[in-house]
Design a protein. Structure first.
Length: 128
């Protein structure tokens, strides 16, 4: 298996994990200090809806990377070349946002291991 395929699998696993985290937030688990600026321990109803939408988007993003590297086949008409660039750029901005978050927990947990590493892996897949 080539490194780009392995990277896309790791990216998809990370996206699935963050999606589960978003679902937990939407169900009212007290994990809000790790997301969305850390303003709430338990997210208010409107942000819980945002978490569900985030979870769906994250699953789609994982699918795009797996499709792009050929790990999954199916929607061949999906413009993965464009989508992987958009997702990668978004992750770059997301990493910067996490770095400047007011929440210490978000800065320490979400930035280096999650958004930072995921950004680097996505960049590698995008460039390969």
């Amino acid at each position: 298996m080539e490194f780009a395929s392995l990277s896309s699998i790791i990216v998809a696993i990370i996206f699935i994990s963050i999606s589960v985290f978003q679902i937990l937030l939407s169900l009212g688990y007290p994990l809000g200090e790790y997301a969305m600026g850390g303003y709430y321990k338990v997210l208010p109803q409107k942000l819980r809806i945002v978490s569900v939408i985030n979870a769906i988007i994250l699953l789609f993003m994982g699918f795009v990377f797996l499709q792009h590297t050929g790990v999954l086949n199916g929607f061949s008409s999906l413009p993965t070349n464009i989508l992987v660039w958009v997702i990668t750029l978004f992750l770059g901005f997301n990493t910067i946002a996490n770095l400047i978050s007011r929440s210490k927990k978000e800065r320490l947990i979400m930035t280096p291991p999650l958004s930072g590493i995921t950004f680097i892996l996505c960049l590698f897949v995008t460039l390969s």
